[in-house]
Every structure is written in C-alpha cells, then in structure tokens.
Design a protein around this ligand. Structure first.
Ligand code: HEM
Ligand SMILES: *[C@@H]1O[C@H](CO)[C@@H](O)[C@H](O)[C@H]1NC(C)=O
Ligand SMILES: *[C@@H]1O[C@H](CO)[C@@H](O)[C@H](O)[C@H]1NC(C)=O
Length: 346
C-alpha cells in the first residue's frame, strides 16, 4: 500500500495521466502477485529461507540415499502424501504411531497396506534436517513429506516443480477419521469426482493424480473381483479389461494366492513416472475399476486421450494438481506444531 501511495502522489504532481495509469497498473500487479493464493493459507516457496535455508537439499540427499537402497521409496512416499492429505489435511497425521490409548490413522484397516518405506523416508529425512543445529525442530514433518514427494517424482523421471511450504504438523491422529475419506478401487467417475471435489480438486486434477498408478504395486486381492467371478459363470472377468491382460493377471494372481503377493500397477514401465498410465487405459489395462472408468466414461475419456498423446500437457496438469493436493487442510497457528519425532505427538 505504501509503494502505491508514494508512486501515486509522485505522478499526481506532474499532471500526466499516462504514467499514472502505468504506475497504478504496475503497483497493483506487484501487490496482487505478492498476495498468497487464498486456499494456500501461508504456504510459499521460500518459507524456510531464513529458518533452515538448505532444507530442500538436505531432504533431497536423504531421499536419494533411501531411493538407492530401494525403489519402493518412490511409490511408498507418493501414496503416503496422498493419504495424509485426504485424511485431516496434509499434516503428517498419517505418520503417527498408535499407542495403548489411541489407534492412529495408519492402523485403520483402510491404511491399504501403506508400504513402510514411505514412513522410513520421512523419518530419515527428518533426522538429517535435525542434525543441522540451525534447523533442529524448525521444519515440520508435513513439509518434509511434501518435499520428499516432490523428490521421489523427479527421481522416477517425473516433472520437477517448486514445492510450497509452511505446513504445521497435526495435533491428533485417529483411525476413525480415515473411514470414508479414501477412494475405493470400485468407485465410478461420479464417486471419484465427488470425493476429490470435497478437497477443492476438480475432475482434471483427479485424473492427473490417478496417474500416480504409473508406479508401484497392488496386492492381488484389490482387483481379484475383476478377474474372477465378475459374473456367472465362475471364470468371467470384467468385460472392460483387456483379454490378454486378464490372462497375465490370472497368471500372476492365481485364485487363493498368498495375500502378500503384489504386482506392478503399470506392467509396461513400472519404474517410470510417465504417461504410460493413460496409454494403458486406452488398451483396457487399467488395474482398478477406478482407473479404467476414466477411459470408459465418455466424460473423462477426452482428457485421458489427450494426456496419452501429450506427455507435456499431462506433466503440467499433474504439477498443478499435486500443488493443490498439498494445500488441502493445511494447519497453521495454534492448530498445529512442529513435531520433534514424526511418529509421536509432542
Ligand atoms: C483415484 C482414486 C484412487 C484409488 C481408488 C486408489 C487405490 C489404490 C489401491 C487399492 C492401491 C493398491 C494398494 C495395495 O494393494 O497395496 C493403490 C496404490 C497406489 N496408489 Fe492409489 N488410489 C487412488 C489415487 C491415488 C493418488 C491420487 C495417488 C497419489 C497421487 C495414488 C498413489 C498410489 C501409489 C503410488 C500406489 C502404489 C503404492 C506402493 O507401491 O506402495 N493413488 N492405490
Ligand atoms: C495397516 O493395518 C493393518 C491392520 O488393520 C496392520 O496390521 C498393519 O500393520 C497396518 N500397516 C501399517 C503400515 O501401519
Ligand atoms: C490388449 O493389449 C494388447 C497388448 O498391450 C494390445 O496389443 C491390444 O490392442 C489390446 N486390445 C484392446 C482391445 O485394446
């Protein structure tokens, strides 16, 4: 405001309206571009510039070391971020361990077998950050998870982006709050769209984020109903599945297979963050109903077809969508704190 007033009074004095309009436009543009996006609360790119200036490099080094031990780091961290943000906001509440008096979010039956490597990634990165005296207990676990998620996407060949920071860690974590908050693989387009809309994510955001299934594993029981007993007789499969793919899936997931068996969700490029997911959908190779429906439903098919052809357009949409995901239910002020141990409430 003071810049605006100063330049206004200066231009008023020389009675020339053109500089006045120019200055006004410039000042307004500057002022507006510095205002944070309404839904992102206090989130910004350089949040830790004075608090812990090297935080992003420290996290990246820890995540890269973990990635070199196991590729599972990538899908495990990405999925952890999604589940954290959809239950009580991006506040690292998913990382809290249960105690004798509280069953935490991660132990809800819908925790859908979150791989331990995601939790481990955050805990290792937090230890690396806290090892720097200036940074000790200054960076939230929620922000560490957001940075780590950005880093694993890049490590798998996905788009690079600047991550918004400034989240606080949540003050509670209860298994009951998970119920009904996560999408089910049986969901149709309306159900998926409605659930994402509750978090300010539109249908395009939902489709872009679903492409995270270009990486990682699914246990056989999550899609067994699509390859066996879909209808009578006993051996029918979901007709929207590619026949060749059904045979492959039955080979990897025989009936009554050990519950621990898991398969790649993208059979073509399982370790690349790319737009293969959309190409698979075009061939009837979406593993879950919630994947295949994005191509089967004519309302979302044009988007799937576009991103199958144009990976740059997909990457841009994904970065927009994951940035919006990172703003969901962000806690600031007295509603959060900086957790000393990511797995334990202070
Ligand atoms: C659109 C609705 C979604 C549904 C119904 C869904 C459901 C599932 C299911 C059932 C699994 C398999 C879990 C297992 O058997 O271990 C899975 C895995 C996975 N999901 Fe989703 N998901 C959805 C959206 C997302 C989003 C938005 C992301 C991230 C942005 C995501 C990331 C992942 C990843 C990376 C894996 C692999 C995990 C691993 O290998 O450890 N999913 N998802
Ligand atoms: C998920 O929940 C099941 C039981 O509901 C539990 O056995 C398992 O340890 C949980 N997974 C994680 C990573 O906490
Ligand atoms: C089924 O998958 C195979 C192998 O990817 C592909 O060549 C074929 O075109 C697919 N069929 C249909 C109907 O999309």
């Amino acid at each position: 405001m003071s810049i605006l007033q100063a330049s206004l009074s200066k231009t008023m004095r020389n009675h020339n309206p053109l500089p006045l309009i120019l200055t006004l436009t410039l000042s307004l543009t500057l002022t507006l571009s510095f205002l944070p996006h309404k839904t992102s609360a206090q989130l910004r790119h350089n949040y830790y510039a004075n608090i812990c200036p090297n935080v992003e490099n420290i996290v990246k080094a820890a995540v890269t070391a973990k990635f070199q031990q196991t590729f599972v780091t990538v899908p495990a961290t990405l999925r952890l971020f999604f589940h954290d943000c959809f239950v009580e906001g991006c506040d690292a509440s998913i990382i809290i361990a249960s105690t004798s008096t509280n069953k935490a979010e991660k132990d809800h039956s819908d925790n859908l077998s979150l791989a331990g490597d995601g939790f481990d990634t955050v805990i290792k990165a937090k230890a690396a950050v806290d090892a720097v005296p200036q940074c000790q207990n200054k960076v939230s676990c929620a922000d560490i998870l957001a940075i780590a998620t950005r880093d694993v996407i890049a490590l798998a060949g996905g788009p690079k982006y600047e991550v918004e920071l400034g989240r606080l860690d949540g003050l509670s974590s209860m298994a009951v709050s998970v119920t009904g908050r996560l999408p089910d693989p049986s969901f149709n387009l309306n159900k998926l769209t409605r659930m994402f809309a509750k978090h300010g994510l539109n249908q395009a955001d939902m489709i872009a984020l679903s492409a995270a299934h270009t990486l990682g594993f699914s246990h056989c029981n999550r899609f067994a109903n699509r390859i066996y007993n879909f209808r009578r007789p006993r051996w029918t499969a979901d007709p929207t599945l590619n026949r060749t793919y059904v045979d492959q899936l039955r080979g990897m997931c025989p009936r009554h297979v050990d519950a621990r068996v898991a398969i790649n969700m993208d059979p073509i490029t399982p370790r690349l963050f790319d737009n293969q997911y959309f190409k698979n959908l075009q061939r009837g190779m979406g593993l879950f109903n919630s994947d295949q429906v994005l191509h089967a439903d004519l309302r979302s098919r044009p988007t799937v077809d576009l991103w199958a052809e144009n990976s740059k357009a997909f990457e841009k949409a994904f970065v927009d969508a994951i940035t919006k995901l990172g703003r969901v239910g962000v806690k600031t002020g007295s509603r959060g704190n900086i957790r000393r141990d990511c797995g334990v409430l202070n």
